[in-house]
Write a protein that binds this ligand. Structure first.
Ligand SMILES: NC(=O)c1ccc[n+]([C@@H]2O[C@H](COP(=O)([O-])OP(=O)(O)OC[C@H]3O[C@@H](n4cnc5c(N)ncnc54)[C@H](O)[C@@H]3O)[C@@H](O)[C@H]2O)c1
Length: 355
């Protein structure tokens, strides 16, 4: 840690790496010191563009004392192994979503970080949006009354070229497929806002990418532990892709976020802050609907800055592994339900049949 900035090393120099790099460049508490990738051309693109050191392996980057945090931004099935190695080397970890492919791996990661005394956080960055925090505040204040419905509608588009751009994007075991890859963010928001799922039913289809063997469309029902019900509809088949909608309906109010903006904010009892909350967010901010790189880095920066501040002050980061575990559990339950055709009740006691 130099000049009280926390040093980050990116493991993975692919599609999402420039977003992490830009967020780190803009940060006042964190800095990009290195990147590592097996692919020399990708690595050079990041090191040349952002002026950081380059390593050809995680192991080499772990030797660098300037790296305080390893940002694990490799394909999904590779996260767990990297986290275990980074923690053993005494490095903190910032992990892209989904944190891993199984609950067993998440538990191992959590235990390894605890044993090594390092911090772990997960980039489910949508939680940091002002609209989401406003909904969370209204829920905590009881403004919705009893929650009846909490839904996510993600009608996005990804081209066949996107799926073909890397082998892992076409492989379920590597964490491809709309449910665990794209919809994870919005299942996470529902879990974060309304609570864990109790029972899920799901149907998965491939509507528009016949050459590729993963689901591009998910239709799912959920009953939450608190008795509310909901729908998760997610697709990457629906050209041109429209902004995600998160809808929360309670006996005393309704809030709808579209993209990152507050679209609807109505409560039986109006409060002074409501007028301003209705202005939160902007339709001009891209949130990934039309392409994998159609998004800003600001939400990532909030998570990265929080992680750096957590390290500097000794507190826990705001998005720890344990808080994302129920999102993974819900996601895995949807895969099991789609396979069996039956409803799945949580907790998942046996995840061996998921992949
Ligand atoms: N939070 C978000 O909004 C968001 C958006 C996109 C992607 N992601 C996540 O980021 C992660 C990476 O996605 P991506 O689209 O950038 O993937 P990508 O395939 O474009 O990049 C991954 C990189 O990791 C490298 N790599 C693989 N194995 C490695 C190893 N053992 N050592 C070093 N490098 C290795 C690959 O060569 C590749 O360059 C995934 O977990 C994905 O879910 C998150």
């Amino acid at each position: 840690m130099r000049d009280s900035r926390v040093g980050f090393g990116l493991l993975g120099a692919g599609l999402i790496a420039p977003f992490h790099a830009r967020a780190l460049q803009a940060s006042k508490v964190a800095e990009l010191v290195a990147a590592a990738d097996l692919d020399a051309a990708r690595l050079t693109r990041i090191t040349d563009t952002f002026g950081c050191k380059g390593y050809s392996s995680l192991e080499a980057m772990l030797e660098d004392p300037a790296v305080d945090v390893v940002s694990v931004i490799t394909p999904n099935h590779l996260h767990a192994d990297a986290v275990l190695k980074a923690a053993a080397a005494g490095k903190h970890v910032l992990i892209e979503k989904p944190p891993a492919m199984s609950l067993r791996e998440v538990d191992e990661m959590e235990a390894a970080c605890g044993k090594a005394g390092v911090k772990a956080c997960v980039t489910v960055q949508c939680r940091t949006r002002k609209a989401v925090q406003a909904i969370r505040g209204a829920l905590a204040a009881g403004r919705f009354g009893k929650i009846y419905h909490a839904d996510a509608y993600m009608k996005w588009f990804r081209s066949t070229e996107y799926y073909r751009s890397d082998a892992w994007r076409m492989s379920r075991r590597s964490g491809a497929g709309v449910t665990i890859q794209q919809a994870f963010h919005y299942v996470d928001l529902l879990q974060y806002l309304v609570g864990p799922a109790k029972t899920v039913e799901a149907r998965m289809t491939n509507l528009a990418h016949p050459d590729i063997d993963v689901e591009d469309t998910l239709l799912s029902f959920v009953t939450y532990e608190n008795g509310a019900q909901g729908v998760v509809q997610a697709s990457t088949a629906l050209w041109p892709g429209t902004d995600v909608r998160i809808e929360i309906n309670g006996e005393n109010g309704t809030a709808i976020m579209v993209g990152e903006r507050v679209d609807t904010w109505k409560f039986r009892e109006e409060r002074p802050e409501d007028k301003e909350i209705r202005t939160y967010g902007s339709a001009a901010v891209q949130t990934g609907a039309t392409g994998a790189a159609d998004l800003g880095f600001q939400d990532h920066q909030v998570v990265i800055d929080d992680m750096a501040c957590a390290i500097l002050s000794g507190r826990e980061p705001m998005i720890g592994l344990a808080s994302v575990r129920p999102t993974l559990e819900w996601s895995l339950a949807m895969y099991l339900s789609a396979k069996s055709g039956a409803a799945v009740t949580l907790p998942l006691l046996d995840e061996s049949a998921v992949w």
